[in-house]
Design a protein around this ligand. Structure first.
Ligand code: ADP
Ligand code: MG
Length: 227
């Protein structure tokens, strides 16, 4: 489903060459729930951005659902992102000038769906936000914004769902709600879920835990039972 081969990510910052990801090779099978953990700065967000096709590696290859991302042009990459990947971020990234409904309708509109708003409303209902459809992001709580962002990410039933510390800006109760929803969408829709988290108990509930340090995979194990 997701295959990374010898992926290297280098950047130059302030005249210095930085190696952000250093020879990462991974296979993530379809429908797996993978937690990605590691200290701040270890390359977790960079890894997710590469899988999402938001960034290109310096070298190595990334294949998503049979499509090799590396080497695709901008348009082809945008099409892959729309069809195959849903992403949620720590800071929600909703469009501030659009209502919750309009935000969730965007992927349907981009895909030329004839009923983008009906589809979006059904999804908002699924995440418990039907009564907030006409609200703008600023009028929503953090938990509500993240649930709307999740609805948008899942809109077109992408086979891959990526979440980068999705509860990092939320209080405990809202965070638990978002995680419950993420798990439900993963389970019911059979998508592959790659979740970056600092929450040990949450990571331990995944099928697999990948640990990054200094841009390298230093651990890759089935989750230990929570103790
Ligand atoms: P994590 O998500 O694990 O905290 P990141 O993937 O965000 O780590 O970043 C890994 C390293 O790469 C960090 O040291 C970060 O400062 C650096 N980095 C990421 N993006 C850039 C960039 N655009 N320019 C310079 N350094 C960057
Ligand atoms: Mg990060």
């Amino acid at each position: 489903m997701i295959a990374l081969r010898h992926v290297v990510m280098r950047l130059t910052a302030g005249g210095r060459a930085l190696t952000i990801l250093d020879d990462v090779t991974l296979d993530i099978p379809s429908k797996q729930f993978v937690a990605v953990v590691g200290p701040s700065g270890s390359g977790k967000s960079t890894l997710l951005g590469l899988i999402a096709g938001l960034d290109a590696p310096t070298s190595g290859t990334i294949t998503l659902d049979g499509v090799e991302l590396t080497g695709l042009g901008e348009d082809a990459l945008a099409a892959v992102r729309l069809d195959k990947v849903g992403v949620v971020f720590q800071s929600f990234h909703l469009v501030p000038t659009l209502t919750a409904l309009e935000n969730v309708a965007v992927p349907f509109e981009l895909a030329g769906d004839p009923d983008p708003f009906d589809r979006a409303l059904a999804l908002l209902d699924e995440v418990g936000l039907a009564d907030r459809a006409r609200h703008y992001p600023v009028q929503l709580s953090g938990g509500e914004q993240q649930r709307a962002a999740l609805a948008r990410a899942c809109a077109r039933r992408p086979p891959v769902l990526l979440a980068d510390e999705p509860t990092g800006n939320l209080d405990t109760a809202s965070g638990e709600q978002v995680i419950a929803l993420l798990r439900r969408l993963h389970r019911e829709r059979g998508s592959t879920l790659v979740l970056v988290t600092h929450d040990r108990a949450l990571a331990a509930s995944a099928d697999r835990v990948i640990t990054l340090r200094d841009g390298r995979v230093v651990g890759d194990t089935a989750a230990e039972p929570a103790r």
